[in-house]
Write a protein that binds this ligand. Structure first.
Ligand code: FES
Length: 103
């Protein structure tokens, strides 16, 4: 069963296109699966909880509150500006939700 031990360099070289084709198909399938089911949005926020839910009383918001929508903030659910690095890294375009009183 260990046929590969007796292969010559030229025989390994002839297998290279097949190996590359298999890797390309695998990568393509993985990409399709990731797009179909999506990757996790939440990478680090309270991962021990089954669902991350936050509640803020309207009276406590003050004149303005800025909430994170990228899930990268160290102050989640509030925005700490981490979306900028995330957008630069991933080509994404997410930004915070800003809630403020009318002027
Ligand atoms: Fe997430 Fe700003 S840090 S939206």
């Amino acid at each position: 069963m260990e046929f590969y031990k007796n292969l010559k360099a030229s025989e390994w070289a002839s297998l290279l296109p097949f190996g590359i084709a298999c890797a390309a198909v695998g990568f393509g399938v993985k990409t399709l699966i990731d797009k179909k089911i999506g990757c996790p949005v939440n990478l680090s926020v309270r991962k021990g909880e089954s669902k991350v839910v936050d509640s803020v009383d309207i009276e406590d918001l003050g004149n303005k509150a800025v909430f994170c929508r990228c899930w990268r903030s160290s102050k989640f659910p509030y925005c700490d500006g981490s979306h900028t690095a995330h957008n630069n890294c991933c080509g994404d375009n997410v930004g915070p939700l800003i809630i403020k009183k009318k002027e």
